[in-house]
Design a protein around this ligand. Structure first.
Ligand code: ADP
Length: 307
């Protein structure tokens, strides 16, 4: 079984649907609040686990009611709870999401314990990495922590997959170091442009990003699929046509599945195809974690579209 360490954020998404978004200073009444487990780290760890990996999530929660709720959600989904640190000083991460009937939304993230995550607080990470096949990180945690985790993996010869999401403002030096210490860089279109606006098209931009250090660059293109560039290989994968219900979680499902396939040494074209299928399926369901498909679903989905 592929062993994947996921280092990243855990948030509670508080979602309220409204007829129209309030103007600054205005109060509007919305529907009942919906609590959804989120955070890129948690979403990607759940996606990898559903896909059949032996995945562990290294992240942090606050010592509060939301933290208890999030922890229970993670263990219910099958993730080992012991790798999640409880920060006594900070609240759990929250994302306040207000969605208008038109689909327009506002999202305010209060990172809480995610902002305090350090490698020292992830006591079991190094032990897990000793026998891991891959490390997957995103950037809703401090970049210094992501970099330290990447270095710990590299020291052990464990491949590092980094989803540079969100792209931190101001091109900090830690980001340059992190990208240089990355085997697989995964970004969406917006993130790719924020990192490197050069190049006439996506394959060219992916190739240009290879110059920053990664052996493989993957750019996800929403309904246009994804492109992957390595030194001697360029693969474009069309998206699987689906009726989209909610785009949330597509990128996280993609990253979770792609990381597992890469870590187990599967051919690039297959990894890309399976990850795109996972992203497409995730858009047909509400939310992020519960939208992630399992391996059999992805297999059947691809099979059906081949025939
Ligand atoms: P993010 O959620 O990070 O912005 P994308 O929107 O690029 O990421 O989605 C990740 C992957 O999910 C894409 O590469 C694609 O394969 C799949 N996907 C996303 N949106 C759609 C869609 N509307 N139809 C089919 N596949 C989609």
């Amino acid at each position: 079984m592929t062993r994947l360490a996921v280092v990243g954020s855990i948030n509670l998404d508080l979602v309220v649907n409204v007829d129209r978004l309030p103007a600054p200073g205005e109060t509007v009444l919305g529907a009942d609040a919906v609590h959804r487990p989120g955070g890129k780290g948690a979403n990607q760890a759940v996606a990898a686990l559903r896909f059949g990996a032996d995945a562990a999530l290294f992240g942090a929660l606050g010592d509060d009611a939301f933290g208890g709720q999030l922890r229970a959600g993670l263990t219910d989904r099958g993730l080992p709870g012991a790798t999640v640190h409880v920060d006594p000083q900070r609240p759990s991460g929250l994302a306040l999401i207000v969605v208008e009937a038109s689909g327009e939304n506002t999202i305010t993230v209060a990172p809480g314990a995610n902002a305090g995550l350090t490698v020292e607080s992830m006591a079991d990470l190094e032990g897990f990495l000793d026998t891991a096949d891959g490390l997957l990180v995103q950037l809703e945690i401090p970049i210094g922590t992501a970099l330290a985790a990447a270095r710990a993996a590299r020291e052990r010869g464990v491949p590092v997959i980094v989803n540079v999401s969100p792209v931190p403002p101001g091109a900090p030096a830690d980001l340059t170091d992190l990208i240089a210490c990355t085997d697989v860089l995964v970004v969406n279109e917006t993130e790719a442009l924020a990192l490197d606006a050069s190049g006439a098209d996506w394959p060219e931009r992916a190739r240009s990003l290879l110059g920053r250090g990664p052996g493989l660059v993957v750019i996800t293109l929403g309904r246009d699929g994804a492109v992957a560039a390595a030194a001697a290989e360029l693969i474009e994968q069309a998206a699987f046509p689906v009726t989209m219900v909610d785009a949330t979680g597509a990128g996280d499902a993609f990253c979770g599945v792609f990381a597992v396939e890469f870590a187990r040494g599967c051919p690039l074209a297959t990894a890309l195809e399976w990850a795109c299928a996972a992203g497409a399926i995730a858009t047909t369901r509400l939310g992020a974690q519960d939208a992630a498909p399992d391996r059999t679903e992805i297999e059947n989905f691809i099979e059906l579209r081949r025939n």
